[in-house]
Design a protein around this ligand. Structure first.
Ligand SMILES: NC(=O)c1ccc[n+]([C@@H]2O[C@H](COP(=O)([O-])OP(=O)(O)OC[C@H]3O[C@@H](n4cnc5c(N)ncnc54)[C@H](O)[C@@H]3O)[C@@H](O)[C@H]2O)c1
Length: 328
């Protein structure tokens, strides 16, 4: 039987490439579309790859004419650095919304049955209650979060008027790597906690904590970390869910572990694993960093009949091994 082709936008980036790696192992044929604006073409990349800017409809559409029948689009391509978005709002709106409009239009034109979209907990802004349900108020506080909510709305309309069947996955905090894949998290600049912490421990340089005066038990932010292996699997479960539930046109699910862990607690776990003490530096809070973001995962668990498997220890160890491979 021939392998089903999954089109992965942003597939040279962290989450897209890791999900492509997982899908290949699961018997699918991933095809990557990327403009390498926040990534580079990895050496010995395993997947068929097309360089294209998704904001350019004509270029994107002409690539679709060359592709085999696409079974599903997994749309990861976006600019995704929260602090940068506060300085370059227009770039974020232009890139993220136009890319989503164009890929949705092509998916509809070329009769792609399923569409999975990478959304984010940033659409909630500062939540009033924890854990956060999908039905919570949507008040994103940064251009990044606003552009992702606008993308969800674009897809909602496409599902209504143009029969595209969509699942928006609102990720919480992905981390870690697939062991021995050579793929992992290396954003430029890196704004995420675990990669910055691991590199500061390896290089014995100060680790910056942004804000220690939040209204949390130890004063640092609380986040809900999910291993990239669980996140990649959630995409396959999302596809299976759309396949098995033909009445679903567009739904939105939180993807996290539903476990809140503070920055201080992450540091303690990493210090134990790497057996070094962190050199901590306190800095002011960053704009758009709410004190606590923890998912209510009951919808995800009941719809996918699944619970994430990997721990914070696994995330730190797997990221550490990935970085060691890069440094050696
Ligand atoms: N990493 C996280 O913590 C996180 C959390 C929540 C949601 N997300 C979402 O997950 C997705 C992937 O995030 P990531 O961390 O892998 O980011 P990343 O920057 O590593 O990957 C994004 C990829 O998209 C590509 N891209 C961007 N604009 C493009 C365009 N116009 N045309 C073609 N390619 C384009 C980039 O070159 C890059 O390869 C994003 O949609 C992001 O909003 C990420």
């Amino acid at each position: 039987m021939s392998r089903k082709t999954i089109l992965i936008t942003g597939g040279a980036g962290y989450i897209g490439s890791s999900t492509a790696y997982f899908l290949k192992q699961e018997g699918f044929e991933p095809i990557i579309l990327d403009n390498f604006s926040t990534s580079h073409r990895p050496k010995n990349f395993l997947f068929s790859t097309y360089e294209v800017d998704l904001t350019k409809y004509e270029e994107l559409s002409s690539i679709f004419t060359k592709l085999p029948k696409i079974y599903a689009v997994f749309h990861f391509a976006a600019k995704a650095l929260v602090p940068e978005s506060t300085e370059k709002a227009w770039d974020y709106f232009h890139n993220n919304i136009n890319a989503t409009l164009n890929i949705a239009e092509c998916a509809k034109d070329f009769s792609v049955p399923y569409f999975i979209h990478s959304s984010t907990c940033a659409v909630y802004g500062t939540p009033k209650t924890i854990p956060i349900k999908e039905t919570s108020l949507l008040l994103p506080e940064t251009p990044y979060g606003q552009s992702k909510l606008a993308s969800e709305n674009v897809l909602q309309q496409y599902s209504k008027w143009k029969n595209l069947r969509v699942l928006n996955l609102r990720y919480f905090n992905p981390a870690g790597a697939f062991p021995n894949s050579g793929l992992g998290e290396l954003h430029q600049p890196e704004t995420h906690l675990i990669p910055n912490l691991v590199i500061s421990l390896i290089q014995n340089i100060p680790f910056k904590i942004f804000g220690n005066d939040y209204s949390t038990p130890d004063g640092t932010c609380i986040r809900d970390f999910i291993h990239i292996r669980d996140l990649a699997k959630a995409h396959l479960l999302a596809l299976n869910y759309l396949e098995k539930q033909p009445q679903v046109t567009c739904e939105t699910l939180n993807i996290g572990r539903g476990k809140g862990i503070s920055v201080h607690e992450v540091i303690q776990v990493a210090e134990k694993i790497l057996r070094v003490k962190a050199k901590i530096e306190f800095h002011p809070r960053r704009p758009g960093d709410p004190s606590e973001l923890v998912a209510d995962t009951s919808e995800m668990k009941s719809k996918f009949l699944w619970t994430p498997q990997f721990s914070l220890e696994n995330m730190i160890e797997d990221h550490w091994n990935f970085i060691q491979g890069r440094l050696s």
